[in-house]
Design a protein around this ligand. Structure first.
Ligand SMILES: O=C(O)CCC(=O)C(=O)O
Length: 277
């Protein structure tokens, strides 16, 4: 049964997010929603693949054939647009940020790899290292599993507590993954429809997919308004007035004010200078 109507993040899950840098919530999408989201994801990924084959640059173009992505998914059907209204996403963002903006709605796919092949991954990375003055992350990722995430199919690896601990320099992106780099690392094992909320300072990586089918997730990324400048796409222009008019007030808020309106202002710091706690 879906818990789409879950209106708030349980206190224990919020504490886990703050302490470990991520938390997992089960059954946040039902079968019908999953089917529609997979369809949109697959159409967007096909289009992205065709653009890359034509030699075009696309947003968030990965640096390896072993990882695919497509951005601005709200343009690929009613289901991704509706996903932007997920009650738990808004309840969590209100609690953590107060006000918030859309960073992007992206699909990430790890295609099946040959058992013998050397497979490149995203490699260990932090997407957004900024910390707000209150000590919280300026970015939150809501990772919805579109497929089951299993040890052998490229389930995302995360390093607990790495959002608040300096772990030194990370290696180059798009390399084969060595989970032994971080002995405390764990894999996000989820069923399709489950949700991981990830503090975007937390170190993570995709894994190699040794199964026969693609492993996909949809990342609904949010940012604090102080980080508006880091949003690389003009989502408001891209979604267009017609789709925007169909959205709830809180979703329209995620697309931000029309150009020229003042942005929220707060200084952010790098994790190296953030207090640990
Ligand atoms: O698809 C994955 O496992 C990794 C996703 C990722 O790196 C991200 O959401 O920033």
């Amino acid at each position: 049964m879906s818990r789409m109507e879950q209106q708030s993040l349980p206190a224990q899950k919020l504490a886990e997010l703050q302490q470990r840098g991520f938390t997992v919530l089960w059954k946040q999408l039902d079968g019908g929603q999953l089917q529609e989201l997979r369809q949109s994801a697959s159409e967007a990924l096909d289009a992205a693949r065709e653009s890359v084959a034509r030699g075009e640059r696309i947003p968030f173009q990965p640096g390896t054939r072993d990882f695919e992505s497509a951005s601005s998914l709200y343009r690929w059907g009613a289901a991704p647009l509706r996903l932007l209204d997920h009650p738990l996403v808004h309840a969590t963002a209100r609690e953590v940020f107060g006000r918030y903006l859309l960073n992007d709605l992206t699909v990430f796919s790890v295609p099946p790899a040959d058992a013998e092949a050397q497979v490149c991954t995203t490699s260990w990375h932090r997407d957004c290292p900024m910390t707000l003055p209150e000590g919280v992350s300026a970015h939150l990722w809501f990772l919805f599993a579109l497929d089951d995430f299993r040890p052998d199919n490229g389930a995302t690896w995360v390093v607990p507590r790495s959002h608040i601990h300096d772990v030194g320099r990370l290696g180059a992106p798009w390399q084969p993954l060595d989970p032994g780099d971080f002995p405390g690392a764990v894999q996000l094992l989820m069923d399709a429809g489950d949700l991981t909320i990830l503090d975007a300072r937390t170190i993570h990586s995709s894994g190699p997919n040794r199964s026969a089918r693609a492993r996909r997730l949809m990342n609904l990324g949010l940012v604090h308004p102080a980080m508006r400048a880091r949003v690389r796409i003009d989502h408001r222009a891209l979604v267009g007035a017609e789709l925007l008019a169909r959205c709830s007030e809180r979703v329209r808020g995620m697309f931000g004010e029309p150009a020229g309106e003042p942005s929220g202002a707060a200084a952010c710091t790098d994790p190296a200078s953030a207090e640990e706690g």
